[in-house]
Design a protein. Structure first.
Length: 269
């Protein structure tokens, strides 16, 4: 079992993880490939129609080009206005249904916030060894500790949003009662719950065992056997597969399609 990181061009990365970097990297590669394939499949579906005046369908890349062209057809300034007000802060939903708006904001920003922080942490993982000299892994460890509080905040936002979503589906009335029977909704909600619950639990057991982010060889001296802890490993692997690989193939994909639709339609009412 490897307890050291991956060496790239004489620099070591992934030497402060809680699971074997090979497990994480393989899962990440599989997840990204499946995500790209899923995105292509979705774009290909959108590009099968034959536009007026055309002799053949747009195709996947034609659809992507059309989407980008439509978004910026009224200029970058207008596109940014729609992106901020209608996508990021969902003003149209706010005007209609305040509780639904609050739920969407919590889930959207909880998920996006965690995604952004994950990308920042990944960048810090590589920035340290390649651009900070001399490097002893302290750069990434410091960055990770700085991100702990915002990670918890976004995590709890996601939890609260999911709780509201569950309550709406359990106690909805009228035409909204269909949401109660939408199995794919429950798959999405349960999957996100698994992600956040295992994430908080993994953090709790690390704190209980006083395992701080450090080089693997250091924390294994005091906590032998914690490396590749099954709970931590499950959280890392499941999160990648569910939040990345599964996204284009599920209703979860509306987190991408809904903003794109709003941008293409330039907001609107």
């Amino acid at each position: 079992m490897a307890t050291e990181g991956l060496t790239i061009l004489g620099k070591t990365v992934f030497d402060t993880l809680f699971i074997d970097w090979r497990i994480m990297v393989i899962t990440a590669i599989i997840s990204i490939i499946l995500f790209i394939v899923g995105m292509y499949v979705q774009l290909d579906k959108w590009g099968r129609a034959i536009p007026e005046g055309a002799t053949k369908p747009y195709g996947a890349f034609g659809a992507l080009k059309m989407i980008i062209s439509s978004i910026f057809s009224k200029g970058i300034g207008h596109a940014l206005e729609v992106l901020i007000l209608d996508v990021a802060f969902q003003r149209r939903t706010f005007r209609r249904r305040k509780l639904e708006w609050f739920m969407h904001i919590l889930i959207f920003w909880g998920w996006v916030g965690l995604l952004i922080l994950t990308m920042v942490a990944a960048a810090a993982e590589f920035y340290g060894p390649f651009f900070v000299a001399p490097y002893d892994s302290s750069f990434f460890i410091g960055a990770w500790k700085t991100l702990e509080l915002p990670n918890e905040i976004f995590g709890w936002m996601l939890v609260l949003g999911i709780v509201i979503a569950i309550a709406r589906r359990l106690f909805s009335t009228g035409k909204d009662v269909q949401a109660r029977n939408a199995d794919i909704d429950w798959i999405l909600i349960i999957g996100l719950l698994v992600v956040v619950i295992t994430g908080f639990y993994a953090q709790t057991i690390r704190e209980a065992d006083n395992i701080q982010r450090a080089e693997i060889s250091d924390y294994m001296k005091d906590n032998p056997g914690f490396f590749n802890n099954i709970t931590v490993m499950f959280h890392e692997v499941f999160t990648l597969l569910f939040c990345v690989a599964y996204l284009p193939f599920s209703k979860y994909f509306h987190m991408i399609t809904a903003p794109l639709t709003i941008l293409v339609n330039h907001g609107g009412e």
